[in-house]
Design a protein around this ligand. Structure first.
Ligand SMILES: Cc1ncc(COP(=O)(O)O)c(C=O)c1O
Length: 393
């Protein structure tokens, strides 16, 4: 599909696999672990790479291919691979691109498990790391070393919703000849396309907004072909590939991403404004609020402010947990990006692997709450939060 000719919504819906002889309107599901050859010569040609074709679903499959092609189109990237989960995408990109003696420069404000890989697993392989605050350009500049090979960040960050300046960081990476990676799971390609700012690779946990209904795990790496190829070599051998069924679900889900993100963002922004006026809340973080220190950068990089809102309750863990326990509509689970609204206490769940000092450094306090705002009626959601704040002990 011509990526320049059509807008986001049309590309998300109209880019799909070629019809088979059955003339199906919706792409079928290819549940097969391997593919047959017409003859021995063709088997040899496909294995040898002189002829294109599917071999084995760990390497490629029509459903995973359709999902990846569509994501590349939406992210404005030339190549991609799908992975079993978001963490498989994070881990694959690190291990495929780093070697013993290398250094990775990453933001401190990232998903707890990504942070665990950088600080606990990579050092066992002889990879050094430096962590900086996502919104501190000077720290990014000073963080590069002679052996830096990768820069990794999330924007908006999880769970503090800080914004990293992608253009500035991508320019630094180019000057140093370093590969830049952005986890775009919070924004999705509907809100921002990191490649447009010069970022080399984009990571997704497709488990979140791309699926959007809390059903399947999945992930992807998209970006510059030469770098994606190195990740593909690693994953086709090590096996953290996406299942055809999950790819089929995710490709269908991309069709409705734009309309879902519009509603997520509208609901989240309304809640953020409402919370700002509540005297039981010490502060609210939402990228498009005037009080957000990087509101103008967020507006430069993002179409809308996103579906997550974070805030601090005046009080400690007991008050935060009491607030969460008094919610009726919001689900109590650690996921995000679902049609159902979710309330999370990062200090005791998603970021509990960090010690108190590490949590404090990135702004996670005992009263800190993250809301993944879903697609329910906004008046019902606000009433639920209001009720839980009133009943909070
Ligand atoms: C920003 C971010 N990246 C990556 C992941 C990992 O994704 P998955 O659960 O699909 O492995 C998560 C999970 O919550 C996340 O929030």
């Amino acid at each position: 599909m011509d990526s320049k000719k059509y807008n986001f919504e049309t590309k998300a819906i109209r880019s799909q696999s070629k019809q088979t002889h059955n003339r199906e309107h919706s792409t079928p599901l290819y549940l097969t672990s391997s593919f047959t050859f017409e003859n021995a010569e063709q088997g040899s040609a496909i294995f040898g790479g002189t002829e294109d074709g599917n071999l084995y679903s760990r390497f490629s499959n029509p459903n995973t291919q359709e999902f990846v092609d569509k994501l590349c189109l939406l992210e404005n990237c030339e190549a991609g691979i799908s992975t079993a989960s978001g963490m498989a995408a994070v881990y694959t990109s690190f291990v495929a691109l780093l070697s013993q003696g290398d250094h990775i420069l990453a933001s401190r404000d990232i998903f707890g498990n990504a942070s665990y890989i950088i600080t606990q697993i990579l050092p066992k392989m002889g990879v050094e790391y430096t962590l900086v605050d996502a919104d501190d350009n000077q720290a990014w500049k000073e963080g590069f070393r002679n052996n830096t090979r990768l820069v990794y960040l999330e924007t908006p960050s999880n769970p503090t919703l800080k914004i990293a300046d992608m253009q500035y960081i991508a320019d630094l990476c180019k000057q140093h000849g370093v590969v830049s990676i952005v986890d775009n799971c919070f924004a999705t390609p509907y809100l921002q396309t990191p490649a447009e700012f010069g970022i080399d690779l984009v990571i997704h946990s497709a488990t979140k907004y791309i699926d959007g209904q809390g059903r399947v795990l999945g992930g992807a790496i998209v970006g510059k072909k030469a770098i994606v190829d190195r990740c593909y070599e690693f994953i086709r051998r090590t096996g953290a590939c996406l299942s055809p069924f999950n790819a089929w679900v995710l490709s269908k889900s991309l069709e409705t991403l734009s309309i879902r993100m519009e509603r997520h963002c509208h609901n989240a922004e309304s809640i953020a404004h409402w919370l700002e006026d509540n005297d039981k809340i010490s502060y609210v973080s939402y990228p498009f609020l005037e009080s957000h220190p990087q509101q103008s950068l967020a507006k430069k990089q993002m179409r809308l402010g996103g579906g997550l809102v974070a805030f601090e309750i005046k009080g400690d863990t007991q008050q935060a947990m009491s607030f969460i326990n008094n919610l009726n509509i919001f689900s109590l689970t650690a996921n995000l990006g679902d049609s159902r609204s979710i309330a999370t206490h990062p200090a005791s769940t998603t970021h509990s692997k960090l010690n108190t000092e590490e949590q404090r450094k990135i702004g996670i306090t005992p009263g800190y709450i993250r809301l993944s705002v879903g697609l329910e009626n906004i008046d019902d959601l606000i009433q639920d939060i209001d009720h839980a704040l009133i009943k909070m002990k």
